[in-house]
Design a protein around this ligand. Structure first.
Ligand code: ATP
Ligand code: MG
Length: 296
């Protein structure tokens, strides 16, 4: 099992209640559970459940960040928090087992130039010995639009493969930089528009919820048909896809086998309320129902 570094610039301290959502009433519940949110943390959680040694580099401040660190460590992940003066963003979700989820999240928080530099340095310090670095999600502050390009350079300088799952200006800056990420995983909405910038990545996985996935890599092209599941909460399925694929590739599997594991991981996540809380035992039963077809 390899050491894997995930990077989450914009994590979230989530508050989750599993109760029916009713407008105009107070819903009472025994407990509102706090959970570490953020896409790189999701990826690390699923990889940790596969037995990988994961470090999650995150930004954030306040008591909310203390709690985030505690929760990340409780999931078997090594947290590396770069502190900001501003408090970490928070969110809440009301989850219903069958009906799905209602969520509200803050968009981000202020990050100073000095904090941004410490964040880049913390990623650099986490890289030695890593088999892979996965950078995921949005950035918390408009002043960070260039940070993924900077991180891509730092990861390249360390000789570690860099995968990037983001959207908008931060990912396009990285794709246009001197060291574009080796792998990108936009969903249909994030990919929309000009396909040209995405060509800079060696490998592209274009996902579409329960629909077909288009994959291109120097080794070939594939179409992946996800298994049919009854969808409960698809949030984080892209993170589970990446974690599943990373598990395969770091374990030395070929691309088609890794893609099947990735699709089964995404589907396993979509079929449950909890976000990115799946492991091999949830993924394995779905793998044989994934179709991976070589495309011309
Ligand atoms: N309803 C579903 N049924 C089966 N598989 C699904 C479903 N939703 C997602 N998946 C699997 O997970 C993969 C990733 O899902 P999706 O395209 O929704 O990612 P995403 O939009 O990046 O998600 P997020 O950013 O919230 O993690 C899909 O390609 C598919 O393999
Ligand atoms: Mg996504």
């Amino acid at each position: 099992m390899g050491r894997i570094v995930t990077v989450t610039a914009n994590p979230l301290l989530d508050h989750i209640a599993e109760i029916p959502w009713r407008h105009g009433t107070v819903s009472r519940t025994a407990a509102i559970v706090r959970a570490a949110g953020g896409k790189g943390i999701n990826v690390a959680r699923v990889l940790a459940r596969h037995g990988h040694d994961c470090t999650a580099v995150c930004l954030g401040g306040g008591h909310e960040a203390d709690e985030l660190v505690r929760l990340v460590a409780a999931d078997g992940i090594k947290p590396e928090l770069v502190r900001t003066a501003a408090r970490l963003r928070i969110g809440f979700q009301v989850a219903e087992q069958q009906a799905g989820t209602v969520a509200c999240i803050e968009e981000g928080f202020r990050v100073t130039t000095e904090e941004r530099e410490r964040f880049v340095a913390a990623v650099a310090a986490a890289l030695p010995g890593a088999a892979l670095c996965i950078i995921s999600g949005s950035v918390p502050d408009l002043g960070m639009d260039d940070v993924y390009r900077r991180l891509a350079d730092v990861v390249a300088a360390a000789g570690v493969p860099c995968w990037l799952d983001s959207y908008g200006k931060p990912i396009f800056a990285a794709l246009a930089g001197a060291n574009p990420p080796a792998l990108v995983k936009p969903n249909r909405q994030e990919y929309a528009g000009d396909p040209h910038p995405w060509l800079a990545a060696r490998e592209l996985h274009l996902t579409d919820g329960g629909g077909q996935v288009t994959v291109r890599a120097p080794e070939g092209r594939w179409r992946v048909v996800p298994p049919e599941v009854s969808e409960v909460n698809p949030i984080g399925s892209g993170d589970c896809w990446l974690a599943g694929y990373a598990h395969g590739r770091v374990s030395g599997w070929d691309i088609p086998r890794s893609l099947a594991w990735a699709a089964a991981a995404g589907a396993a996540n979509a079929s449950r309320v909890e976000v990115a809380r799946i492991g091999p035992e949830d993924i394995k039963p779905l793998v044989d129902r994934v179709q991976v077809v070589q495309a011309p």
